[in-house]
Design a protein around this ligand. Structure first.
Ligand code: 5GP
Length: 155
């Protein structure tokens, strides 16, 4: 398998760089030129899997289109295998960006977290607190227009 080399930025190597290189062992479930996937060492449930780009971007907004596409292409396939192997019927895909968003390892990663019944011996999965607020359409329209314009201008 040929390795793809990315220009290194000033960011420090993380534990995931060492996992990709094999310096730190992992339970690999998938690998291609751009993507590596392995079992999380601190699982929220059985089958908790991490899918990472080989590109060492800290957060998803810093990730190349090429690596993002490569991850998007294999996420469904890896998710299907995790579901089949664990017998779970539901799962969450979690992707944290920034320390304030609970990102501990500063290398882009997608968690695939199977859901099991409450009290399951190996964990029930992701606990979510979801507190929706009222939506203001006037402010929402202005914000949507600003985001759309930034996307259009390529920022
Ligand atoms: P974050 O909070 O950054 O979204 O999640 C980082 C995840 O990486 C955690 O779920 C943690 O258990 C996992 N992790 C951290 N170090 C290692 C490691 O050395 N090996 C594996 N397999 N997972 C790790």
């Amino acid at each position: 398998m040929s390795a793809v080399c990315y220009p290194r930025s000033a960011m420090a190597d993380t534990i995931f760089t060492k996992i990709i290189s094999g310096e730190i062992p992992s339970h690999r479930v998938y690998e291609d030129d751009l993507v590596y996937a392995f079992l999380d060492i601190g699982p929220l449930s059985r089958g908790h899997t991490l899918v990472i780009p080989k590109e060492a971007a800290e957060t998803i907004d810093a990730l190349s289109d090429e690596s993002a596409a490569a991850i998007g292409r294999v996420l469904p396939r890896i998710s299907r295998a995790v579901l089949k192997a664990t017998g779970a019927a539901a799962y969450n895909i979690l992707q944290n960006n920034g320390e304030d968003a609970h990102q501990e390892v500063l290398h882009v990663h997608f968690h695939i977290i199977p859901v099991f019944e409450k009290g399951a011996a190996e964990g029930a999965g992701l606990g979510i607190v979801w507190s929706p607020r009222d939506f203001n359409h006037e402010k929402g329209a202005a914000l949507a227009a600003e985001i759309a314009s930034l996307i259009e201008s390529g920022s």
